[in-house]
Design a protein around this ligand. Structure first.
Ligand SMILES: *Cc1c(COP(=O)(O)O)cnc(C)c1O
Length: 458
């Protein structure tokens, strides 16, 4: 089928035939017919990178989202397939040498792990600071960084229908179980939430919770409609499934059960928010994606959207404006534009912060107020979510104007603060306080929290 453009939907009828979910990982790269368009050398490059960074793609993505007449530039191709430039020259060469010289899996793995360690697998204190404790015991599968919102990583939801090459949670997918945040017990989660009455939101995340069968998801969701959890108003589910496997809501065996489950949770009084990841409007315009969105919305959930700004994929204000407009047309609520995090293949995807702000500004001014609910560009950093509000000149000094959208101390939120303008900075750690100050206003307090391993101040 030819790829669809924006606004082409009316010409295409939706076909309800169930499809088989067929997935390919680095071991099956040779089985993907479409890759025969590449040279042998290009396929080897992909293999090299796929031995370090997680790779997984499914047939729907290959056949419906990628324009194979436009590779390697196609945005969705860049989103799921490994590219040589995702590793440093040196790391790439070393991995290539190992792969050319041996088929011993333990040697290959040890080189891969050596490189992975250098790629900042756990940015922003996720493991050291965000995991809450019960006495001396960490509560597995839970992160609690901001007062109102607890993150939960159900153990069966720690994979995705395909992997994004930019994913900041990539380290969870490389098979090291110690590194996974997962939780076997819905009970522990429920106890934790019951004890924390100032939590209003639970964010179920992964991986992708929507890879779970409906009956597994039901165990977690139904445990939340008990009276002792009345303070949990909102259940958010973070997912890329509307892009990578919209059939989940349309014609999987348990699609209808899933929609019924969501209705039931809403009927019990909860707000259910689907936090959908879309990096490009292309992901939203296939007939099955539109049908999935339509069916999901009919249950009463609200679909909010988020994406990082990614070089080679959506580093273009028009792509964002078209995407947000398409989201509004289909009844979705644009929520966050993120800055690509300082981990994994960041070298390939990062753009300067000043560029991120320009893309945001040029995109947002093209859309009506209904799409301007989107905040950003936002950096998820150790102390909190920091938004770049803009570039300004104050008393002759060029500065970035910043604010916390979320902070480990809620009192930090919404106080404008200033960093020296730096045209090359791509991440928060590159920024220095403006006006000759030595520290940002929150810094002493944050350092004290790190020392004491306090996740948040409430
Ligand atoms: C972004 C984020 C949240 C949710 O923040 P909202 O501003 O409520 O969307 C919660 N926990 C962590 C660790 C986050 O990064």
């Amino acid at each position: 089928m030819a790829l669809l453009k924006l606004n082409q939907i009316k010409a295409v009828r939706f076909d309800t035939k169930p499809e088989i979910f067929q997935v390919y990982t680095e071991r099956q790269l040779d089985k993907i017919d479409a890759l025969m368009l590449l040279t042998e050398a290009q396929r080897f490059e992909m293999k090299v990178v796929a031995h370090v960074l997680p790779f997984r793609v499914n047939r729907y993505v290959i056949d419906n989202l990628i324009d194979w007449s436009n590779i390697p530039d196609d945005p969705i191709f860049r989103l799921v397939f490994p590219q040589k430039e995702m590793l440093s020259k040196d790391d790439f060469e070393q991995m290539a040498v190992v792969l050319r010289s041996t088929s011993d899996r333990s040697l290959i793995l040890s080189k891969a792990n050596e490189i992975r360690k250098k790629l900042n697998p756990h940015p922003a204190g996720q493991q050291t600071l965000n995991v809450p404790y019960e006495g001396d015991e960490p509560i597995g599968g839970v992160q609690h960084k901001y007062r109102e919102t607890v993150l939960f990583f159900p153990s069966q939801g720690q994979v995705c229908h395909s992997f994004c090459s930019f994913c900041f949670r990539w380290a969870q997918f490389i098979g090291d179980k110690n590194l996974r945040f997962s939780c076997k017990e819905a009970d522990k989660l429920r106890d934790y939430l019951a004890r924390h009455k100032n939590v209003s939101d639970l964010l179920i995340t992964g991986g992708d919770p929507m890879v779970m069968k409906t009956d597994h998801l039901a165990v977690y969701l139904e445990s939340l409609i008990k009276p002792e959890l009345d303070h949990i108003q909102t259940i958010r589910i973070g997912t890329k499934s509307l892009s990578f496997w919209p059939q989940r809501y349309v014609n999987d065996d348990d699609s209808d059960d899933l929609l019924e489950l969501l209705k039931k949770i809403i009927k019990a009084g909860k707000h259910v928010a689907i936090m959908a990841h879309f990096n490009h409007w292309r992901e939203m315009v296939t007939p099955v994606a539109r049908e999935a969105i339509r069916r999901l919305r009919a249950t009463g959930v609200v679909i909010r959207t988020q994406s990082p700004l990614l070089n080679h994929i959506n580093n273009n204000p028009d792509v964002w404006a078209d995407m947000w407009q398409e989201q509004i047309r289909q009844g979705l609520v644009p929520y966050y534009m993120f800055v690509e995090r300082d981990t994994g293949a960041r070298r390939y995807f990062e753009v300067p912060l000043v560029r991120a702000w320009e893309v945001y500004r040029q995109a947002v001014r093209q859309v009506s107020g209904l799409a301007r609910t989107v905040r950003g560009p936002s950096m998820s950093t150790g102390p909190g979510k920091v938004e770049i509000q803009g570039v300004s000149k104050i008393q002759g000094e060029k500065v970035f104007v910043l604010r916390f959208i979320q902070g480990r101390n809620p009192d930090w939120v919404q106080r404008p603060f200033f960093a020296q303008f730096d045209p090359e900075a791509t991440w928060f750690e590159h920024l220095k306080p403006a006006f000759g100050e030595k520290k940002f206003f929150y810094q002493d307090e944050y350092e004290a929290m790190c020392k004491k391993k306090i996740a948040l101040r409430v």
